[in-house]
Design a protein around this ligand. Structure first.
Ligand code: F6P
Length: 603
C-alpha cells in the first residue's frame, strides 16, 4: 500500500467514522425526543449541572423537543391581541365565547362604607383577563366579593373592566355551605394536594363531594342560560369545575367545550386515591379538548383514563373516545400578556429600585432577592429560606449584604394546612433574622399581604434575583412576569425544575427545591453573576416569553377549537336554534353520543 493510498483510505475511514457517529447522534436524539414525547424519559430531575454535565448543548436542542409542536406550526409569527382577534373573526365567525372559572377577574368589596375594586392574586386571572378583553365574550365566575351583588344588573351581570368595559362578567352566587364544601373542601383540601405531589395528604369527604357536584351543576346551568346559540365555545378553567364539561355537554351537545387544567395531573397511582376518580374522569371527557401546560401532565392524564375507564385511546393523536365522543388531550403552555400593560405605568428600573430600597430602608449596594406568590405549601417558601440559611453558613461573607423580600398573599387561610404554613413561615423568619440579622439588618422581610400588580412589577424591577422554588407547579407565571418586567435585561431568575415554566425558560438557573445546599449554591451563583451573563440569559428568556405569550396560548386553543368545529360540522350540521334542554339531556344520556340533526329541530 502506498503512502497516498493509505492516506486516502484513512480519509475514507475517518469520514466513515464521522458519518457513523453523526448518524448515531441523530438517531439517539430522535429516539430521545420520541421517548420524551411519550413521557418515557423523565423531563424533570436530576438537574444536569448537579451531575456535572454541561447544560449548553441541551439548551440548544431542548426547545425542539419540549415545545408545543402545534405552536411552532402556527402561521402567525407574532401573537398579539389583534392576531388572536383575527383567528376568532376568520376561523370562528359568529362564535360565542363563554369562559368559566371559579375565581372572578374583578372583586367588589365593601370597605368603610365604600365599594373597593380588587384584582385577585391569581395566575389564572392575570393570563385570561387580556384574552377576554380581546375577544369580548362572557366570563362566568363565583361572585365572592362583599359588594358583588350591589353592582350587578338583574341578570347578575356587569360589564368589565370598570374603566373600559370590554366583556361581560356573569356572577354565580354560592352560599357559605357551598363555598365550604366545593371550594375549600373538595377542590382545595382534596384535588389540590392530590394533583400537587408535595406530601400534603388530600382529604376527601362525602359531604364536600356532594357540594362540589351541586355547584358544578349550578355553573353548568348558568352556561346554558348565557348561551345564545346551540354551539358556543365554552372555555372551562381548572380543577374546581371538573364535572362541568359533561354537565354542559348534556345540555348543549353541539358546544365546543375546552377544559384547561391549570395545575399538574398526577400519575395514575396517585390519582387512584380519589374516591370519585371515575366521575372526575367522566366529567372531563365531556370536553372536546382537555389542555394541560406540559406534555408530561397530558401523559399522566391519558394513563389515568387508560387505567380507570373503558375507552379507546389513540396515542398517536392524543385522542380518547369514550361514550361515542372523542376528546383531544393537548399541551398548551400558558403565558402572560406581552408586553404586559402594567409596564406602561412603571417608572424606569433605577427609579423602581430607589423606591423599593427606600421603603425597605436598604443601602444602595445591598443585593435584593424576591419571592412573590400566594401563601401556599406548594410554592416552597420555607425551602428557599433553608437555601438562604445554607448560603449564609457556607459563604458567611454574604451575611449583611443581601436581603430576601418575600411577598406572600394570604390564601385559603381557613384550611389547616395553610394556617400551619403561615405560622411556620412567621416563626422561621423570626428565628432566622435573630440568628443572622441585627438591629439594623433583617435578612428576610416577609410581607404576608395582598399587593396590586403595579406594585409587584415595581418589586420585580427593583430586584437582583427572583426565586421561584415551587415544589410542584403547573406553569408558574411569576417566573414569566419577572422576565417581562426586566426590559433593562438585568436580573437573575432562579427557577424550580418542578414548575412547568422550567421547560421553556432554559436560561434561568434551574434548581431542585428539595436540595437546600445546592439551591444555596445557586443563590451564591446568582448574586455573583456578571452583568453581561445576566443580560445574555435575560435576553433569551425575553425572546421566549414574548413569542410564547398568552395570545399564542389562547390563539392556539381557539385554532384547535375551530378545526374541531369545522370537522364536526361536515359530519353533523348544527341547527340554528338552541335545543330544548330536557330533550338534549335525555338524548345525550341515552345514546352517549351526538344527537341526529333532525332531532334538534323537532325538540
Ligand atoms: O394554580 C391554580 C390556580 O387556580 C391558579 O390558576 C390561581 O392562580 C390560583 O390557583 C388561585 O387560587 P384561588 O383562586 O384559590 O385563590
Amino acid at each position: 500500500m502506498t503512502a497516498e493510498n493509505f492516506s486516502s483510505e484513512l480519509d475514507i475511514g475517518l469520514w466513515a467514522v464521522v458519518a457513523l457517529s453523526l448518524l448515531l447522534s441523530i438517531a439517539a436524539a430522535c429516539l430521545a425526543a420520541a421517548a420524551m414525547r411519550r413521557g418515557l424519559l423523565s423531563s424533570n430531575p436530576p438537574v444536569p449541572e448537579q451531575l456535572g454535565y454541561s447544560t449548553e448543548m441541551p439548551k440548544q436542542i431542548l426547545p425542539e423537543f419540549e415545545q408545543n409542536n402545534r405552536v411552532a406550526d402556527s402561521p402567525l409569527a407574532s401573537w398579539t391581541p389583534e392576531a388572536m382577534r383575527l383567528v376568532i373573526d376568520k376561523e370562528l365567525p359568529d362564535a360565542q365565547i363563554i369562559l368559566v372559572s371559579n375565581r372572578e377577574p374583578y372583586i367588589h368589596n365593601l370597605r368603610d362604607g365604600k365599594i373597593d375594586l380588587v384584582v385577585p392574586a391569581s395566575g389564572l386571572v392575570s393570563a385570561l383577563e387580556p384574552v377576554m378583553r380581546a375577544c369580548a365574550g362572557t366570563w362566568i365566575a363565583h361572585g365572592g366579593g362583599t359588594a358583588d351583588r350591589m353592582v350587578v344588573d338583574d341578570d347578575n351581570r356587569i360589564r368589565v373592566p370598570p374603566d373600559k368595559p370590554a366583556y361581560t362578567l356573569s356572577r354565580v352566587w354560592l352560599s357559605e355551605e357551598e363555598q365550604q364544601g366545593y371550594y375549600l373542601g373538595f377542590a382545595n383540601d382534596g384535588l389540590w394536594p392530590l394533583c400537587h405531589i408535595v406530601f400534603t395528604r388530600p382529604v376527601f369527604r362525602e359531604s364536600d363531594w356532594e357540594q362540589y357536584k351541586a355547584v358544578n351543576q349550578k355553573f353548568a346551568d348558568r352556561v346554558c342560560e348565557e348561551a345564545r346559540r346551540p354551539d358556543p365555545i365554552v372555555l372551562i378553567q381548572d380543577y374546581h369545575l371538573a364535572l362541568l364539561p359533561r354537565m354542559v355537554r348534556q345540555q348543549l351537545p353541539d358546544a365546543t367545550i375546552i377544559m384547561f387544567w391549570h395545575i399538574p395531573w398526577p400519575n395514575s397511582e396517585v390519582f387512584s386515591i380519589c374516591p370519585w376518580k371515575e366521575e372526575i374522569l367522566d366529567g372531563l371527557l365531556g370536553s372536546s379538548i382537555v389542555g394541560f401546560h406540559i406534555q408530561f401532565h397530558c401523559n399522566n392524564f391519558i394513563e389515568s383514563i387508560d387505567r380507570f375507564l373503558e375507552s379507546r385511546i389513540e396515542r398517536e393523536h392524543s385522542a380518547i373516545t369514550f361514550g361515542g365522543q372523542t376528546t383531544l388531550v393537548h399541551p398548551y403552555p400558558i403565558s402572560i400578556d406581552w408586553p404586559p400593560s402594567v409596564l406602561e405605568s412603571q417608572p424606569p428600573v433605577a427609579e423602581c429600585r430607589a423606591k423599593i430600597f427606600e421603603t425597605l430602608g436598604l443601602p444602595e449596594d445591598m443585593r435584593l432577592l424576591v419571592g412573590v406568590e400566594r401563601m401556599d405549601y406548594t410554592k416552597g417558601i420555607i425551602d428557599r429560606f433553608l437555601a438562604l440559611e445554607q448560603l449564609f453558613e457556607r459563604h458567611p461573607e454574604w451575611i449583611g449584604k443581601l436581603v430576601f423580600l418575600q411577598i406572600a398573599a394570604p390564601s385559603r387561610g381557613t384550611l389547616p394546612a395553610y394556617g400551619q404554613l403561615h405560622r411556620e413561615c412567621l416563626d422561621f423568619v423570626e428565628d432566622f433574622n435573630r440568628r443572622f440579622g441585627n438591629e439594623g439588618y433583617a435578612p428576610i422581610v416577609l410581607m404576608d399581604e395582598h399587593h396590586n400588580q403595579g406594585d409587584i412589577y415595581t418589586v420585580y424591577r427593583a430586584a437582583d434575583v427572583c426565586v421561584v422554588s415551587s415544589l410542584h407547579d403547573g406553569m408558574n407565571l411569576v417566573a414569566k412576569e419577572f422576565v417581562a418586567a426586566r426590559d433593562d435585561e438585568q436580573g437573575v431568575l432562579i427557577l424550580s425544575t418542578f414548575a412547568g415554566a422550567s421547560r421553556e425558560l432554559l436560561d434561568a438557573l434551574i434548581v431542585n427545591p428539595y436540595d437546600p445546599t445546592a439551591m444555596g449554591e445557586t443563590i451564591y451563583r446568582a448574586v455573583s453573576m456578571p452583568e453581561q451573563e445576566q443580560a445574555a440569559r435575560m435576553m433569551r428568556m425575553r425572546e421566549v416569553v414574548s413569542s410564547n405569550n398568552v395570545y399564542r396560548w389562547a390563539g392556539t386553543i381557539l385554532q384547535d377549537a375551530a378545526r374541531i368545529r369545522k370537522r364536526s360540522r361536515v359530519v353533523d350540521p348544527v341547527p340554528d336554534t338552541k335545543p330544548e334542554r330536557p330533550l338534549a339531556r335525555t338524548m345525550a344520556q341515552m345514546f352517549g353520543r351526538r344527537r341526529h340533526p333532525t332531532m334538534h329541530r323537532t325538540g
